[in-house]
Design a protein around this ligand. Structure first.
Ligand code: NAD
Length: 305
């Protein structure tokens, strides 16, 4: 059996960012508008800081305005809601993202639902969740959207294929399943209580795993020729003492069986950021007519909130 084709998320995301950069430049020339993305980060979680740095870098690279609000972990919910309200009313900001997870004293749903749905570039607001669930246009969560783009690079037609999504979270598993259903896949969602996960995997033409469990999916669990998309990210210590990441799939074994497979890193991760930029551009298009941005890169420290 020949080894699976590696789906190069890095390269596909780079091409998407080029297209976005072109559209951003056209929008500025035509409308005088620069799409603006505001990211709010509470606390010192190292992984969250890495993600936010990346989002900021790529937003700037495609010519968007990037504003990062760094708040202490002890920031009150009322303070955070005030900042969101200010950003909802800021004509230079088209996309707002609150980096998750939030500290335990904050009601995550209250925060997400305080974001103007038109600026909700993560697609987590209950209005956007409802839009996706009912097949209406809205903001689609970035990671599942990125997975769909990757899938379409290796499959001409998704209709009628059996898809298994491992993970039923609001940010990956459930919206992923809804997008696959929208493409007429026959969809199964597995989670921590699912019985005989190995058999569920063996039946899948498309296997998307978002469990955060290294080596969960074994080589003999995968249907020959299946497309395997590994969303999982677990931080691991590398032999050289550095921190690396690994996915949910036993990559070396699964790539001997699958038809296509994403690596970790370099698969879904870059697509998530590319889709965040695409959603910010989409939000800016919807809110055109507002003022152009004055300063393109801003970091706002709120040390005494
Ligand atoms: P979560 O913890 O909210 O959900 C995990 C899901 O996996 C749950 O539905 C749980 O029931 C299921 N699960 C856990 N262990 C399982 C097992 N042994 N068998 C079957 N199901 C199991 O996590 P999340 O926020 O949905 O993220 C999932 C993973 O994806 C994490 O590793 C996260 O870091 C990663 N992630 C990656 C990206 C990216 O851009 N690549 C984006 C978001 C999340």
């Amino acid at each position: 059996m020949t080894a699976a084709k590696i789906i190069d998320g890095q390269a596909i995301a780079a091409r998407n960012r080029e297209d976005i950069a072109r559209e951003v430049a056209e929008m500025f020339n035509r409308d005088g508008v620069v799409p603006g993305l505001a990211v709010i980060l509470l606390g010192d979680d190292p992984a969250s800081h890495v993600y936010v740095r990346s989002k900021r870098k790529f937003a700037k690279d495609v010519g968007m305005k990037s504003v990062v609000h760094l708040l202490p972990a002890e920031t009150s919910e009322a303070e955070l809601l005030r900042l969101i309200d200010q950003l909802n009313n800021d004509p230079e900001i088209h996309g707002i993202l609150v980096q998750l997870p939030l500290p335990g004293h904050i009601d995550k749903n209250a925060v997400i639902n305080a974001i103007d749905p038109e600026k909700d570039v993560d697609g987590f607001h209950v209005e956007n969740v409802g839009r996706l669930a009912t097949g209406q246009d809205g903001m689609t969560p970035c990671t599942p959207l990125g997975c769909m783009i990757l899938l379409r690079t290796c499959l001409d037609d998704l209709a009628g294929r059996k898809a298994l999504v491992i993970g039923h979270s609001n940010i990956v598993g459930k919206p992923m399943a809804r997008l696959l259903l929208g493409a007429f896949c026959t969809v199964t969602i597995a989670h921590v209580k699912t019985k005989n996960l190995d058999d569920e995997c063996r039946a899948a033409d498309i296997l998307i795993t978002a469990a955060g469990q290294p080596n969960l999916v074994k080589g003999d669990w995968v249907k020959p020729g299946a497309v395997v998309i590994d969303v999982g990210i677990t931080r691991i210590n590398l032999p050289d003492g550095k921190i690396g990441i690994t996915g949910d799939v036993d990559f070396d074994a699964v790539k001997q069986v699958a038809g296509h497979i994403t690596p970790v890193p370099g698969g879904v991760g870059p697509m998530t950021i590319a889709c965040l930029l695409a959603n910010t551009l989409k939000a800016a298009k919807g809110l055109i007519g507002h003022a152009a941005a004055s300063t393109l890169d801003v970091e706002v420290d709120h040390p005494t909130v």
